[in-house]
Design a protein around this ligand. Structure first.
Ligand code: MYR
Length: 417
């Protein structure tokens, strides 16, 4: 098979990191292609964008996930040895654990804890009477909900520390210099804390309830029928806690969208659930969240004239695919109504990955994300009266995760439960 790779390729890591959400999509559109090869973190990398490329990327015969994410991502955001880097039967078995803990009764349990945390926090905000940095407030609220749901023994005094630790894993992973070091340290501390707890649970030294997520992780059996090593179990428990706290990013973006598009507030406050679905999906389509996902080529092949060499890293552009003009009319416009007439496919609407979750590598936590966004919308529009006090709402697309350049602040004037 002809390898048409260019013999020399300059490194584009700096360009990628300065605009991580738009780097792949803009180049694909400029060159009218779905794939190009570049060098990122000094390694040749094939970058893919668009629904056809997404369908290719999730072909499990062509790509695998082992060692796909760059080391800095595994050392902070994902952890090492977790579900994101597994393939085939090992992946399916581990994924079943996550599917069980992110749907049905487990999802309802998390929502109930989140509802309690909203009530507690809203009372605290009212007593404080000050402007709230909404991202900080949501990270605290979701840390409480996630840790209680997981059955983690907690004392009230732990919340700031646990919020800092869990937030650092996604909020500082891509930060320059010391920020990234803090993320690595937070991962080490959090894994030690949870690995000890898993060992205690298995040895009968805790009074964890048997229906909680920590218990399910502690006693999950892998495809080889063995319990996970405690450190890997800790990584997987963090794969439940961290993304739940990271939904705080989407909750900031939800408030941002409500502030910029106030015409939707009245029908949403009146309980129009069809519009609420559409609005939330449009937030997930329009706003940047996770920039790209990675895989490695299983065997040599040719696609759209591009040679895919075995072992080469491939990155699929999530943000750019959600803004692909072939799939979305007027993709840069924020139009919730588009979801009333257009049914998204598993490959053109991929804010948390494409294909399907159980047997492939789509994020299993999508239902949790959407449910927490619905709950937040209801709390904000039906149970609170608040005003956004930040003047400049411009987004910082160079930040990972992207957020408003100036922290989005709200003042809560009334709470009604
Ligand atoms: C999750 O916790 O899985 C969801 C996180 C959502 C936002 C994360 C965006 C940050 C990407 C970090 C890349 C790290 C590069 C070293």
């Amino acid at each position: 098979m002809p390898d048409q790779s260019k013999p020399f390729l300059s490194d584009h890591t700096v360009a990628f990191l300065s605009d991580p959400y738009r780097f792949i999509g803009e180049r694909c559109r400029a060159e009218a292609c779905d794939v190009f090869e570049t060098r990122l973190l000094f390694k040749r990398t094939l970058c893919l964008s668009g629904p056809e490329a997404a369908a290719l990327f999730y072909d499990l015969n062509r790509f695998q996930r082992q060692d796909a994410a760059p080391e800095p991502v595994r050392a902070t955001l994902f952890g090492k040895g977790g579900v994101q880097g597994l393939d085939d039967a090992a992946h399916r078995q581990r994924k079943a654990l996550f599917m069980g803990l992110t749907h049905g009764d487990a999802l309802q349990g998390l929502l109930a804890h989140a509802a309690d945390a909203w009530r507690e926090c809203a009372d605290e905000w009212l007593v404080l009477g000050e402007e709230l940095v909404f991202y900080d407030a949501m990270r605290t609220l979701l840390t409480r909900a996630a840790c209680r749901w997981a059955g983690l023994p907690q004392t009230e005094g732990d919340w700031p520390e646990r919020t800092r630790q869990l937030s650092a894993l996604f909020d500082e992973a891509a930060a320059p210099g010391l920020g990234h070091v803090r993320a690595r340290m937070a991962r080490g501390e959090a894994e030690t804390w949870l690995a000890d707890l898993i060992e205690d649970a298995r040895a009968g030294r805790t009074d964890l309830p048997e229906d909680c997520a920590t218990w399910a992780v502690a006693w999950h059996r892998d495809a080889d029928d063995a319990l996970m090593p405690p450190r890997i179990a800790a990584v997987e428990l963090l794969n439940l806690l961290r993304p739940t706290v990271a939904v705080s990013v989407y909750l900031v973006l939800l408030v941002h969208a409500l502030a910029l598009h106030p015409q939707y507030r009245a029908p949403l406050a009146a309980g129009d659930s069809v519009l609420a679905d559409a609005f939330i999906q449009e937030v997930r389509r329009w706003y940047p969240f996770f920039p790209a996902v990675a895989a490695r080529v299983r065997h040599d092949f040719l696609w759209q004239g591009q040679f895919f060499r075995e072992g080469r890293r491939v990155m699929l552009d999530l943000y750019g695919t959600n803004h692909d003009p072939c799939s979305w009319a007027d993709p840069e416009a924020f139009l919730p109504e588009r979801f009333l007439s257009q049914t998204p496919t598993p490959f053109n609407f991929i804010p948390q990955g494409g294909a399907e979750a159980a047997g492939n590598h789509r994020c299993p936590g999508e239902a949790i994300t959407v449910a927490l966004m619905h709950q937040a919308m209801q709390m904000l529009l039906q149970h609170l009266e608040y005003e956004v006090t930040t003047q400049n709402l411009a987004l910082d697309y160079s930040r990972l995760p992207a957020l408003p350049r100036e922290p989005l602040c709200i003042r809560v004037n009334t709470v009604r439960f």
